[in-house]
Design a protein around this ligand. Sequence first.
Ligand code: M6R
Length: 609
Amino acid sequence: MCGIVAYLGGRRCEPILIEGLKRLEYRGYDSAGLAVLSPKGLRIERAVGRVANLEDKLERLGGLDGALGMAHTRWATHGGVTEANAHPHRDDRSGICLVHNGIIENYAALRTYLEEKGHKFHSETDTEVLAMLVGELYEGDLEHAVQAALREVTGAYAICVICEKEPGVLVCARKGSPLIVGVGSGEYVVASDPSAIVAHTTQAVTLDDYNVVKITREGFRSSTIHDVDVTPKVMQLELDLEQIELGSYSHFMQKEIFEQPKALRNTLRGRVDLDEGKVVLGGLSNFGKDLVRARRVLLTGQGTALHAAMIGRYLMEDVGKVPATAEYASEFRYRNPLIEEGTVVVAVSQSGETADTLAALTEAKDRGALALGVVNVVGSTISRETDAGVYLRVGPEIGVASTKAFTGQVMVLTLISMFLGRRRSLSGERGQMLIEELQKLPDKIERVLEQDRTIRRVTERYIERNNWLFLGRGYNYPVAMEGALKLKEISYIHAEGMPAAEMKHGPIALIDQGMPAVFVANKGPQYEKVMSNIAEVRARGGHVIAVATEGDEHIKTVAQDVLYVPDCPDCLSPILTVVPLQLMAYHAAVLRGHDVDKPRNLAKSVTVE
Ligand code: M6R
């Protein structure tokens, strides 16, 4: 969603801010803007659309001078996509200027209060209200004015604030929305995402909720909104530039699909003990006893993460030997859930910042559940709010369509289910077999990736079709859902994913001549049943594209197109069967001429409920 980057130091900040905004583009946005405090005063420029539009505008204006500034990409929440609503926003009295991620929930009441005091608003945003409030409370000290304003605010925020009257000061703060302060030599780069910082420094200070940081060239001070000193938490950003650059790939999504073998080798590294047939998860080691006593595992997430959680549910019961459910975090939170003693909640999230997932996690914790995180971004809010967890270690995921995070999530959930299972009734022998098979998966994914051209050719054949079905059973029912989601989000083709057996309870009415139906039809326990469902589609004129197991010749007699994956145990098959579906979605989007990494209306991490 929205992105923030700010700079204070000795260099001209405009190019640094623009480069930072470009690195944040993947998060999804609809307008951009920047403010620079120059010796001549405060300059704010904004533009609707891409960062490139803002860049063009700045070029036409001859650029902005100044070594203190901040910039923002906005994903509209309050108010339409207009230049007036784009950030930065300023107040009307004290020279305050502000960028903001998150939502100020009590903005309407604050706006009324400020209007009564005579303030005039120029936008429909909650952010302008916050800028005005800081201005209203300003008495010559920006840090104190920000603290005072934030004491009046409910909601979520990551903000950076500057003031014309204090040209060497940058103040930032956070609650519920990420923000980190990159500390370079004699300069600071503040951003909502490490990718906008690592080109300048890998030393960073993280902010906890309700922390305020005042930065000057001489140093910085961390405090709370109540002005109590806070000891800063310094961390090393584990990110290098190569990881966030495209290299020889055309899109980040493509790069990340092809990175999966390497990423999953990383996920597994040091976490399995083949001799004992068990897994070693440092992040869970202090909770072994609680997990043995667990009576129920509740997995939750949104979007792709939910699909991984659904596979996790099967794994927890089949391998982990514990009853399990999986559900949308957004639904869990508001249904007044009953949490019995011994419930373990597992929050699955790439970004670790998804508002719905975070809210569900908090709800489950408040009701007494042990909270585990399956998260990619180290130090993210969910990873900090959980009692324990296991990181994906798949590296930064930039493409809005989640790919390597999905296979990483399924791999980690497999490891957690084995961790549980070996403390229950999973035999050492089955543990060893699964570890051997897990270790073979990266090489097997490489074999699937080698079929990229075939997958593109097959996709091309159906590219004019506007309605697709994705069907699977058992472990591969969530894979069907994931295949449909991938196709929808980047190619804008309508697609439905469902359990193959559900089709005849209604959706079969959709099938007409030539409608593409993608079946995950690998050799699993339900293979024969899937064959019957394929026959039902063919009988009604549908075209079947099957993801099948290498060596299955029969499938060629029933499906128009076959994409093969290597054989593996059914419980691990989603890590292979999803790959052709990821590539199909990717090629469909490219063939339809869409911007794969910046799909319309979408944000990489959804930080509002
Ligand atoms: O960062 P998270 O894994 O919590 O994100 C959850 C969903 O928003 C995310 O998976 C979304 O569905 C992706 N765009 C799917 O490709």
